[in-house]
Design a protein around this ligand. Structure first.
Ligand code: ADP
Length: 676
């Protein structure tokens, strides 16, 4: 039966339990820490240190209540630490409260200690070759049985005071009674189940559980008439919870210059002394060993008092008890019940856990980012003393990689960077989408307007041409006719311009299907440049071509030609007094080929850059531009799954960078033609 239980929902993966556990009997699975029963020594450190109460000792409240309900004779045995735990009420009030809850009798558990001390005296009288390790602390017994079984022969073969009390009651005093032991210790809950001593005590309540029972029964001990303890009144064994008390009771020489008697407490002390004993390093003959720093520091004492305040409370109680001690009654009890059998045996409970190979350990260390010795910080945050112990636990299935804080921090940073990258990509895609949507709706509008005015403009132009024909070649009849012909020519020219605007609009709106073929972008560029070379020479524009060999790509040749034409034409137009155009190509590392068209023209003001590809955005004055060239460029590049970027500096020039995917990415689907 398990003693310590875990509530997954409360576990916050802080690993406090693992840090506190002397034997690392905690398995972390999916970030939840659970106690491994057969590794556990039931010391209760995990319960004591868990900040969220996710670990708790299995309660015996229900069992105890059931004894009351069944009408049993239930004897409570109070652990001698009670004066340090219930500091705000008197012992008599506590006894009264226990009786009010339902206990038939309330005895001082320390009497069990008196019986045990007698047995230790006998053991020492027999003389001992090998060291004797006291076995009054069940956490120590469990540790020896599970982790240093070679020392089992050193354990005093005597039961603990709690079991002695139970055996005394069940042996002669009240064999039919139920014995409930009440104390600060969680390991007692395991001890009563140990097959070597089972049956002596029926249930163990912790002081915390007793407190809960009192609150649930709405019992305020301070309002009750005081009641006295039943049974024998103990003497020196009341001090057994304090370190050194057993050695003193046995009148052993406990001196700084005497290596034969030793008192050791605490988890590190316990582990060290037992290791030394195992290695035969010491001359110690009698070892009083307590896991906590004395039982007053047990895990289920719930007040905020310090170790020394608790010690004083206990001493005060014992001094008062000594003063009023009824020696005759004590001796009668001793004579009548002191002969009970208090012997016990122990079991080797060592658990063989397979050790991972050096290769496996190194592999896990590498996974945690610990490639070099200096990467092993041994910070202990995970609960293990070293990165290596943690790696071993991972191999054995007790720990998880994510328990390492530096590892988690690195993972977090990587995820953050990936998130930033995808956010950037998303933003880019969103901008492209907005631009495409804009083009589609502008395209629809342009198509319908162009359609409507195309016919009337053609009509007007036809009639103007007819009128010009009529006046053409006629002798000039005065100034009026000359002006008439001049005006008609202007109207014809402007109407033709209207016609060409409408044609451009229709062209922009009618995004015809791509005619995809394998092509060499360098040769498309060469063809395009050839169309404009004459114009460049006229304007004294120097052309530099810097073409690198390119792989063929899948694209529409005439549409790409239009892209390059529009961009180079703009460059030519912004350099009326000459300049330089550089056209270069290269194969990018990112799966794209890159075309750069740079000019040394006026440059583009920063505020115009976001509007550059918007339909009808133009800065060309006097009707010289209609602002559709770059919109058409954008549409074509987009349909080729490419990208277009502009770098520009006012007064220095602009560079248009076109990126086209190297293989099979072009499609007509990303930019649909608006309906005509
Ligand atoms: P249009 O040429 O009819 O104005 P475009 O869409 O081709 O329409 O160009 C839009 C605007 O972009 C131009 O009016 C100009 O302001 C700016 N532009 C385009 N290319 C360049 C360039 N090489 N240098 C400076 N400005 C440019």
């Amino acid at each position: 039966m398990s003693v310590i239980e875990s509530v997954d929902e409360r576990c916050k993966s802080c690993y406090s339990c693992l840090r506190a556990c002397p034997v690392k009997a905690i398995k972390v699975e999916e970030a939840k820490a659970k106690v491994i029963d057969n590794k556990c020594i039931y010391c209760g450190s995990c319960v004591k240190h868990c900040p969220t109460q996710a670990k708790f000792a299995k309660s015996s409240i229900e069992t105890t209540r059931a004894f009351f309900q069944q009408g049993e004779r239930v004897i409570a045995c109070l652990d001698p630490t009670f004066p340090a735990a219930f500091e705000s009420i008197t012992p008599q009030q506590l006894v009264a409260a226990l009786k009010k809850i339902g206990f038939t009798e309330v005895m001082e558990g320390a009497f069990g200690g008196e019986l045990v001390i007698q047995q230790y005296q006998k053991l020492l009288q027999e003389g001992n070759e090998k060291p004797i390790i006291s076995s009054i602390c069940p956490a120590v017994v469990s540790y020896v049985e599970k982790y240093v079984p070679s020392l089992i022969p050193y354990l005093a073969p005597i039961v603990s005071p709690m079991i002695a009390m139970g055996r005394m009651i069940k042996g002669k005093y009240a064999p039919e009674a139920k014995v409930v032991y009440i104390g600060p210790c969680i390991a007692n809950k395991w001890e009563v189940q140990d097959e070597e001593v089972a049956g002596a005590v029926d249930a163990v309540l912790t002081f915390a559980e007793l407190q809960t029972m009192l609150s649930e029964s709405e019992i305020d001990p301070t309002t009750l008439p005081p009641a006295e303890f039943d049974g024998p009144q103990p003497l020196k064994a009341s001090l057994l919870p304090l370190p050194g008390s057993l050695v003193k009771s046995l009148s052993l020489p406990y001196d700084i210059l005497n290596p034969e008697s030793l008192v050791v407490t605490g988890k590190e002390g316990m582990k060290t002394i037992l290791r030394d004993l195992e290695n035969n390093n010491l001359r110690v003959k009698f070892l009083e060993l307590l896991y906590c720093n004395g039982c007053t520091q047990g895990p289920r004492v719930f007040n905020e008092l310090t170790r020394y305040e608790r010690r004083e409370l206990l001493m005060d109680y014992v001094i008062r008890a000594f003063a009023n001690h009824d020696d005759a009654s004590f001796n009668r009890w001793m004579e009548k019940y002191g002969s009970v059998d208090l012997s016990r045996g122990f079991n080797d409970r060592f658990m063989e856990i397979e050790m991972p190979t050096e290769k496996e350990i190194k592999w896990i260390l590498r996974k945690m980012g610990k490639r070099r010795p200096e990467d092993e910080l041994n910070c202990g945050v995970c609960g293990y003393d070293s990165c290596r112990s943690k790696a071993i636990a991972v191999c054995q299935g007790f720990a998880e990689l994510e328990m390492c804080l530096p590892y988690l921090a690195k993972k977090c940073q990587e995820r953050f960077t990936a998130l930033q990258r995808s956010h950037h990509k998303l933003k880019e895609a969103q901008e492209q989408l907005i631009q495409s949507e804009k083009l589609i709706s502008m395209g629809k509008l342009a198509a319908s307007v162009a359609h409507e005015i195309n016919n009337p403009i053609s009509g007007v132009l036809t009639y103007i041409k007819l009128m010009l024909k009529k006046v053409d070649g006629k002798p000039l009849a005065g100034k009026d006719l000359a002006s008439f012909r001049k005006y008609l020519n202007i109207v014809a020219k402007e109407t033709s311009r209207c016609g060409s605007i409408v044609r451009s609009l229709l062209e922009f709106a009618r995004q015809s299907e791509l005619k995809i073929q394998n092509l060499d972008v360098n040769s498309v560029l060469k063809k395009t440049i050839a169309l404009l070379e004459h114009q460049m020479t006229l304007q004294e524009i120097k052309l530099t071509k810097n073409f690198k060999p390119l792989p063929e790509i899948l694209a529409d040749s005439s549409q790409l030609q239009q892209v390059f034409l529009n961009i180079i034409l703009n460059a030519v137009q912004v350099m009326p007094d000459g300049g330089e155009i550089t056209v270069s190509t290269a194969e990018g590392k990112d799966g794209f080929i890159e075309v750069r068209i740079a000019d040394t023209g006026c440059g583009i003001p920063r505020e115009n850059l976001p509007k550059l590809f918007d339909p009808f955005f133009t800065t060309k004055k006097g009707g010289k531009g209609i602002g559709l060239g770059l919109s058409v460029v954008y549409g074509i590049i987009n349909r080729h799954r490419g990208k277009i970027e502009v770098e520009s500096e006012v007064g220095k020039g602009s560079t248009f960078i076109i990126k086209l995917p190297r293989r099979g990415a072009a499609s007509g689907s990303s930019y649909r033609s608006p309906p005509e």
